[in-house]
Design a protein around this ligand. Structure first.
Ligand SMILES: [Mn+2]
Length: 447
């Protein structure tokens, strides 16, 4: 039996772009949109055409450049906004107008200064107007998670009658928690009249770090579209992260029997492109696409990885487009990883010789944190000269996992904070010899 499809709605170019420091020009948006197309997203929200001429031009350009996915343009529930969105989307093969109007009392009273009845009328009229321009209309009741549920259901019924085909439920301020949000989505599915004619969608913010968890619980309760962004960028603490949602669905398909159209091996390249365009670095420990997401430094972890990757990996780095696991050579590394790296660099040592290299390596790693290939080579040459060199052509290459010295793994990466100090500053010749390290176990820093 075919599993149910989840529509991946990417809003990196709209909500993501609204986050501080993430604004993109038209050329950059088109470049990223082409990559999002390769990634396989179903919907690209390209911008908010009324917001600026630049945003209008970007939506127009993306609509013209990328024919496969649905291209969405955002509009407030107002005539001029909707007309501008429709205009910007004229070149799109599959246009979608995304209309939003706040529904919580706090927004109605303090921001919009309208009554609930006025809100209801305005929502329905706006959707009807949008439908005169295009068949695919999405409606979002802004701040849905702080809206009186009974009123929320009324609004949703009204916009379905007016022709909305996607009901997006935004947790605009990142306030909801999984149990509550799951219940809300289930109640919408069970109690809103006509809901079967529409797709329920989620749009979760990460103010409490729950955006992905809330999105997943929504899916489990009947949502069939997830709005998300690459690297989780977006207003304030950001949106639900696309890569995390997609991989959670894939890795745990036993619990989430759903499919997406995402080519997961494009996740890392897409993340890298966004980082390059915005100049906003991804945090090293970010799930799926962070620099350390597949790095193993602790000795017992490295040893396990070299024996069988399943010991510490729930997905392969290749499956998300990361070239290979990185065994970071630092003071927590064991002899096994060091030995493998030495072989990859072209040197073979007997056990006692390796002990001496390892002893010096640990002392060095204590001083400089991450040991690069060139550090290791210098250390080897100072200890044994070139006498242990493996003849060229016999160097092991396709090992089970490659031990890569930190920072040396990928020349295309920008230097980032925490780059190890230059070896010449440390002065290898001044390394003290300390005998107490010679009996060290491989697993000294396990766990
Ligand atoms: Mn948002």
């Amino acid at each position: 039996m075919a599993s149910t499809r989840i529509t991946i709605f990417d809003t990196t170019l709209r909500d993501g772009e609204q986050s501080p420091g993430c604004s993109m020009n038209v050329h950059e948006k088109v470049r990223l949109a082409r990559q999002l197309d390769r990634l396989g997203v179903d919907v690209i929200e390209a911008g908010f055409p009324i917001a600026s001429d630049g945003d209008f031009a970007a939506v127009q350009a993306v609509a013209a450049a990328v024919p496969r996915p649905i291209i969405a343009g955002l509009a407030r529930a107002a005539r001029h906004d909707i007309e501008r969105a429709a205009q910007a989307l004229e070149a799109a093969v599959r246009p979608r107008i995304h209309v939003f109007l706040a529904t919580s009392d706090i927004h109605l009273q303090h921001k919009l200064r309208i009554s609930r009845q006025q809100c209801l009328d305005q929502a329905a009229q706006s959707v009807r107007l949008a439908r005169t321009f295009c068949d695919d209309v999405e409606f979002s009741p802004e701040d849905a998670t702080r809206t009186d549920p009974e009123f929320l259901f009324q609004v949703l019924e009204a916009v379905i009658q007016a022709g909305a085909r996607t009901l997006n439920i935004p947790d605009t301020v990142g306030y909801t928690v999984p149990l509550e949000f799951g219940e809300l989505i289930r109640n919408i599915r069970e109690r809103v009249r006509g809901v079967e004619q529409a797709t329920i969608s989620t749009h979760c913010h990460n103010d409490l770090g729950l955006a992905v968890a809330n999105s997943l619980v929504a899916v489990a309760n009947g949502a069939r579209q997830v709005e998300c962004t690459i690297n989780g960028i977006g207003e304030r603490a950001g949106n639900a992260s696309l890569e995390e949602i997609v991989m959670a669905l894939r890795v745990r398909s036993d619990r989430y029997p759903f499919e997406t159209s995402i080519a997961t091996e494009e996740l890392y390249p897409t993340s890298q492109m966004l980082e390059e365009i915005t100049g906003i670095p991804v945090q090293p420990n970010k799930a799926i696409i962070g620099r350390n997401a597949f790095a193993h430094e602790a000795g017992i972890h490295q040893d396990g990885m070299l024996k069988n990757r399943l010991t510490y990996e729930i997905m392969t780095p290749q499956s998300v487009g990361v070239p290979d696991s990185k065994l970071v050579l630092g003071k927590h590394s064991g002899r096994h990883a060091l030995s493998l790296r030495c072989e990859q660099l072209g040197y073979h040592f007997e056990r006692r010789e390796l002990d001496e290299i390892y002893r010096r390596f640990v002392v060095l790693a204590d001083e400089i944190k991450h040991v690069h290939d060139h550090h290791l080579l210098e250390l080897i040459r100072q200890t044994y000269g070139d006498s242990r060199r493996i003849p060229p052509g016999r160097v092991a290459s396709g090992a089970a996992a490659s031990a890569v010295a930190a920072g040396a793994e990928d020349a295309s990466r920008k230097p980032s904070p925490g780059t190890p100090v230059d070896f010449s500053v440390v002065g290898l010749t001044s390394i003290p010899t300390s005998d107490h390290l010679s009996e060290q176990e491989d697993y000294l820093w396990g766990v």
